[in-house]
Design a protein around this ligand. Sequence first.
Ligand code: ADP
Ligand code: MG
Length: 697
Amino acid sequence: MVTGKNSMQELFGSMVFNEDRMREWLSPAAYQTWKQCVTDGTSLDIATANEIAEAMKQWALDKGATHYTHWFQPMTGATAEKHDSFIAPSEGGRVIMEFSGKELVKGEPDASSFPSGGLRATFEARGYTAWDPTSFAFVKNGSLYIPTIFCSYGGQALDKKTPLLRSMDEVSRQAIRILRLFGDNETRRVTAQVGAEQEYFLVDKELYDQRKDLKLTGRTLFGNKPPRGQELEDHYFGQLKPRVAEFMADLDNELWRVGVLSKTKHNEAAPAQHEMAPIYTDANAACDQNQLAMELMKTVADRHGFHCLIHEKPYAGVNGSGKHDNWSLATDTGKNLFKPGSTPRQNAQFLLFLAAFVKGVDEYPETLRVTVASAGNDHRLGALEAPPAIISIFLGDELNRVVESIINGTSYKGDGKRSLQVGVDVLPAIPQDNTDRNRTSPMAFTGNKFEFRMLGSSQSISGPNIALNTIMAQELKEFADRLEKSKNFQKDLQKLLKEVFTEHQRIIFNGNGYAESWINEEAKERGLPNLVSTADALPHYASPKNVKLYTENNIYTEEELKARAYIHMETYNATIEIEARTMIDMIDHDILPAASAYAADLVDRAAGKKEAGLAAKYETNLAKKLSDVTDKLAAANDTLARDMERIPEDVEKAMAFIHKTILNDMERARELADQLEAKTDAEYWPFPSYSELLFSE
Ligand code: ADP
Ligand code: MG
């Protein structure tokens, strides 16, 4: 337990082989080589790799590790690990602890069971893993975890880390071209910074164990709406219940030990819903750390008699869980490029980065939408609890006025009446936006960063950040190409900003994103795409426009992008097929028998009462109603089972069929099952109710 400042300092990152530790455990030359490899992207020579491996191993053994694992992020969005022990046989039947630079830099897991989307023929089962020296290794549960990239024999990316690193390199390269135009000759690296706020639910483990749907699919497939949901709005920021507070304290400890900067914890809108927000860090580490956080939430919950639900929609009728991806760009000299400037030069530079972002989001909304599309997130987006599926940007009043004054060339009316001349004037103070006031925007500027709010709680944050980095790299490249040729930088910059904001103003929307008039009228008039569901979004994954974007910026080859589109669709299909099969099983084996038994008992009771000369209207009517609904449910279940047999072979056709037909069948079956639950004696009902699950903390 953390008791004071000093013990906190000792605890934080204690299980991480971080920069300080490298300085401590490596020779100055090896440390410098590693450092250069991180800042300039140079490769490690084998002698240095050997020295780092040896130091890492000694340090890990000190921390009680016996194994090491190349920890990587396959395209499924989860993480994978294969543990090898350090031991090697030695003379006289003894063992020594061995770990070489070769093993650090390259491992070869038999990766044939990871999806490759056709990139790797099955006979060529090997995938290659290589240490990502920009992310620190750490010790957890007796193993040294080595953050790793994962590629095929031919060098194609098979993971979510490789393209993220490529996109970070590309946006850095293009951002530096722009910075040079503004006279910045010091910056050597621009890094995407990310803070991912993570929502989750807790449920009592004993109750969880009684729900096949939660165990197999992560969400409830049935459940009559409880008499009390989140109507009282008393949960958000409410006092933590003791068992939850203990869980959170334990979680923080675990997160801090492995270097995750967990900062904020609080209750969320729905009962039993909570959030953890870390302090931001570079996009690569943030992505690793978010994976680690999700995993630790589950293991720590288990220790406290809870199960942690990270699904986007564990319960119908109350808010689901998302993830806010806070994103910005920072220089290695410590400047945030999305922080409004305090000098005319900084202000002009800020407006250029802002313009690039606005243009990029307006030109490539489909790829952003695709990166947050999943079966789980379909229950949230556009459902009045999460932003709509339409992408737009919120700038806030002040910044919006600045943009308008640039477009109109008119005076800026923010503070007094004066005109704003880019590169001459100082920007007005842009207030930090109060997030609570505009939760309805999918992409909100919040003072010094953008907050992308459409992510699902269970997804990897890699995809959305790859998209943001790539879009930004593309736009900065276009700007740099143009401005590098300019003979009058100030004038051409002003012209560029005016042009870009004018052309892309339609993506800026500061109103209520939940409003029907926005979704059904205004956004349509502006021509903004509304890709409502995953089935609508995924056909855009590898569209010609997106292939061009990702190949020209060297993020994906066309094959890599198509492989990912395929896996994404396959995952969507598999997710819903599992849900449907679980549903069929629960209806046949649990729900129908329970309702039938109760109705039969009611009939018996009615007969008994009648024999005694009593009326039995209640029993008879209820038995009849239950019996009717039971028959309807049995029929609905048959329909669902029959339609499951009709799913087409082709993955894209299957997705469309599942979206249209299977989901519809499931909705019908659920409706009937929930009616039965509402009328059946709780003693007979085969699993815990929503009330029990939601108020089990
Ligand atoms: P709040 O949303 O409660 O006002 P903040 O805006 O400070 O809190 O932070 C929300 C999340 O955004 C945190 O994870 C934080 O670390 C992250 N964040 C803050 N500044 C930046 C930045 N410049 N770039 C990326 N993420 C950031
Ligand atoms: Mg937020």
